[in-house]
Write a protein that binds this ligand. Structure first.
Ligand code: ATR
Length: 275
């Protein structure tokens, strides 16, 4: 297959830890496409100028990571509804020197569950979401679109969980972080979106005793892959989905937009990224 050379990238600061080049270059190779995907370190003060450089150099698009996911919104010519609602842009396409922003985190979160537990019924009961940061916003948006009937948001800082309930006041409830174990009975889905349990961060203290056997437990943390939360869930015979798939599935959106091919998430890719 031949195509014109397509230049893409991920921008952020710091950026050397990013797995995105590995993912996109694996797909470029797998699909025999000619293009590049680099990690470009851009500081906050250089964001505008550096993005203009990418436009001038003919880039087709780029992913955006910490700390630019909100600041990039001001530089976009258009932002889709999804990114508006999530309040952040992580995927930008460049067409006729104009920037079009979207957000692929909600898609990545849902596709990860659908690929790993195809018969999971999002509508079967309430979801409990731990955390109320940017990742929680995308997860909650995604769950509302899957018609989850009720979502309890539990966050250390309650103002943030309360603010998120504005996405849908009929379905979203801000609970008490300290009482988190008490909200797990009758839950259909339990999601950790906090950084707790990540290598180098404090543990996530939670007791899954009251979670029903039918509950699915997922973590957006993927380092370690099998977090203490997921280990505890497995020990209780609950279904689990690790966080790596969210990273891989969210990357598909940009790849499709820029290269015209919807790439697959394979076990081989997962292994490569976890190495
Ligand atoms: P992201 O965009 O990845 O979600 P974030 O916006 O910094 O990152 O959010 C991090 C989440 O982890 C927040 O919900 C945060 O809780 P606060 O809003 O109270 O800060 C949560 N978090 C981080 N450290 C925590 C800790 N030690 N205990 C409880 N929650 C913590």
């Amino acid at each position: 297959m031949t195509n014109s050379f397509i230049k893409t990238a991920v921008i952020g600061h710091p950026i050397n830890h990013s797995k995105s080049p590995l993912i996109h270059n694996y797909w470029l190779d797998s699909y025999g496409l000619s293009g590049s995907y680099e990690a470009i370190d851009i500081s906050t003060k250089n964001l505008k100028r550096s993005v203009q450089d990418l436009i001038n150099q003919g880039y087709k698009g780029f992913n955006v990571t910490v700390p630019h996911k909100i600041a990039i919104m001001n530089l976009c010519d258009e932002i889709d509804e999804l990114a508006h609602e999530i309040g952040a842009v992580n995927t930008v396409s460049i067409r006729n020197k104009k920037l079009y922003g979207t957000n692929s985190d909600a898609y990545g979160f849902i596709q990860n569950i659908k690929q790993n537990v195809p018969d999971f019924d999002f509508t079967a009961g309430k979801a409990v979401v731990l955390g109320a940061g940017g990742a929680a916003n995308a997860v909650i948006y995604a769950l509302l679109h899957e018609n989850v009937p009720e979502i309890i948001i539990l966050n250390r800082t309650k103002e943030k969980s309360k603010a998120l309930t504005a996405l849908d006041r009929r379905k979203l409830v801000a609970g008490e972080w300290k009482m988190r174990n008490d909200y797990l009975s009758n839950s259909n889905l339990i999601v950790n979106t906090t950084a707790l349990g990540m290598s180098g961060k404090p543990p996530l203290e939670i007791d899954l005793t009251s979670a029903p056997k039918t509950a699915l437990v997922t973590d957006i943390v993927y380092a370690p892959l099998h977090t203490d939360l997921l280990k505890q869930a497995k020990d209780r015979d609950l279904r689990t989905v690790t966080g790596i798939g969210m990273l891989l599935h969210q990357a598909r959106t940009g790849f499709k937009l820029w290269n015209g091919v919807m790439p697959s998430v394979t076990k081989e890719l997962e292994k490569l990224v976890l190495k």
